[in-house]
Design a protein around this ligand. Structure first.
Ligand SMILES: Nc1ncnc2c1ncn2[C@@H]1O[C@H](COP(=O)(O)OP(=O)(O)OP(=O)(O)O)[C@@H](O)[C@H]1O
Length: 496
């Protein structure tokens, strides 16, 4: 189970975006695979060993009592073997189908649970149930057909086993008639042979289970063996220096692996100086969040390079690099634990004083202090017991505690009211990195609300994966025909 989960978590982000690796499918696969491994190793294997030893002992004893009969027991073994083989073949497809149907149902249930508010507001419960029923229909039909086939095959194999019995019994009578064995030894030997048959039968019925389990486990082995495309631990970088925060995009062309035909960043170049505050603005879908994703190396560009402090991002040990980059997203997901544990996430050694300090900076300390259980308040699954703005502020506090050299804010204050946003943005402007080496952390902010980014050192306006304008707020507003100045006029008009 542990290595299975480790193998899953090692993969690059694009792997998680494949439909077959959805949350539900992964959950179902991890649970099924673990149960199946337990069944094979703990339960079935012990029975298989027991059967083999009892067959061996019985064969030796029966040969000792009447060697001719002992040899007959082995001579009719092909009947058992063929019977077992037919069963194994028919059971193979059977389990695979059940596992696939199960995985689809779990994926549907987990998606429904995660989106229960949307489902309830659209009264879409019936639709989900219909989809669940539909997902089971084809495997059910197939299962019914397989059951009939399996029954017939069982009958044939039992028939073969009975033939083996008949041969052995007939041969016993022949031996007795020919005085090659006494009646007592013949019956004793046949009796030993008969007592062994259940073990042989059990052995051959267990083998199909093990074979079908291997079929079910194939995806698990594939996951365990898979090489991640973005390796987080190489190169090993024991003398890793703290980064300053200079960033550069050199003619970057990028598309998401799940949608290779759509170019997201098209010859994108940008230089960001350490300690500066950069804002990315532009229409929805322009590629702003994708720029942040590349800085965290969630994906690699198709062409071009992303440099941090003059070094290609691919040459860094990714874990060390990511430790120095903080990300706050628009919809931060909190973990189902206390507020304190959520703020400390990834910084377990932080003191109480540090936690309170970052909570003050994120303008959330007062709210937390007024809760009956304060910092020990549980937030519920994904932080469902908090408002969007409260979640965002806790996520900001969590990132501030990291004291990162680079701070990436993706619509991080969009759910805050104007006053709260001003306080948080003010706090973010003055934060220092972990070593206090820089006057301030390098910040890249993505925002639609221009009031958030007015004070940025540089504002980069993006459209269709390209930089279309770049400058400070005042220079961009001065260009009256520019995209930014049009945005600004529109937003000012709306606010008025
Ligand atoms: N994981 C993904 N897989 C495939 N396509 C994606 C993925 N994420 C984003 N896209 C696509 O990439 C394009 C750029 O998305 P991105 O999120 O970078 O834009 P954005 O400028 O940040 O937009 P917004 O302001 O709406 O957040 C969009 O067309 C989007 O549909």
């Amino acid at each position: 189970m542990g290595s299975n989960l480790a193998a899953v978590l090692r993969n690059e982000l694009a792997w998680f975006e494949k439909p077959e690796n959805s949350t539900g499918s992964l959950t179902s696969r991890i649970i099924n695979d673990t149960a199946m491994v337990k069944t094979i190793i703990a339960d079935r294997m012990s029975v298989i060993v027991q059967c083999i030893s009892s067959i061996l002992i019985a064969t030796i004893v029966s040969i000792k009592v009447c060697w001719r009969m002992g040899l007959v027991a082995w001579a009719v073994m092909p009947c058992h073997f063929i019977g077992g083989l037919i069963q194994a073949k028919s059971a193979k497809g059977f389990s695979g189908d059940n596992a696939a149907a199960h995985s689809e149902l779990v994926a549907l249930a987990s998606e429904a649970a995660a989106n229960i508010k949307t489902i309830a507001s659209f009264c879409h419960e019936e639709h989900i149930l219909k989809k669940a029923k539909l997902s089971l229909e084809i495997p059910m039909k197939r299962s019914r057909r397989q059951s009939v086939k399996y029954g017939i095959i069982q009958g044939v194999s039992i028939c073969l086993w009975n033939i083996a019995h008949a041969v052995a019994l007939t041969y016993t009578t022949v031996l007795v008639q020919k005085h090659q064995a006494t009646f007592r030894d013949g019956i004793r030997s046949y009796q030993i042979f008969s007592l062994t048959v259940p073990s042989i039968t059990e052995l051959w019925t267990l083998i199909p289970t093990v074979i079908s389990a291997i079929t079910v486990l194939t995806p698990a082995f594939e996951t365990l063996d898979r090489q991640t495309e973005i390796e987080p631990d190489t190169p090993e970088d024991s003398n890793f220096d703290t980064i300053k925060g200079n960033m550069e995009f050199q003619s970057v062309h990028f598309n998401y692996p799940s949608r290779p035909e759509v170019t997201i960043l098209n010859n994108f170049s940008l230089q960001i100086e350490a300690g500066s505050k950069i804002a990315l603005v532009g229409p929805s879908g322009a590629g702003k969040s994708s720029v942040l994703a590349l800085l965290l190396r969630f994906y690699d560009p198709r062409e071009g390079r992303v440099l941090i402090d003059g070094k290609d991002i691919r040459d860094y040990n990714l874990r060390n690099l990511r430790k120095q980059i903080g990300l706050v997203q628009q919809e931060p997901l909190l973990f189902s634990c206390s507020i304190k544990d959520n703020i400390c996430y990834g910084n377990d050694k932080s003191s109480e004083a540090e936690i309170i300090e970052v909570s003050r900076e994120a303008n959330i300390h007062e709210f937390i202090s007024n809760l009956p259980h304060g910092y020990n308040t549980m937030v519920g699954e994904k932080g469902c017991q908090l408002s969007g703005g409260q979640k965002q502020r806790i996520a900001i506090a969590r990132t501030l505690l990291k004291r990162p050299a680079i701070m990436l804010l993706d619509e991080a204050t969009s759910a805050l009211d104007a006053e709260s946003e001003r306080a948080v943005v003010g706090a973010l402007e003055s934060i220092k990195d972990n070593d206090g080496l820089l006057a301030r952390t390098t910040q890249v902010t993505v925002a639609h609300r221009l009031s958030t980014v007015i004070n940025s050192d540089t504002i980069v306006v993006m459209d269709k994966g390209k930089v279309v304008e770049i400058g400070t707020h005042s220079t961009l507003v001065a260009a009256s025909e520019g995209v930014y100045s049009r945005f600004y006029r529109l937003q000012s008009f709306n606010e008025n």
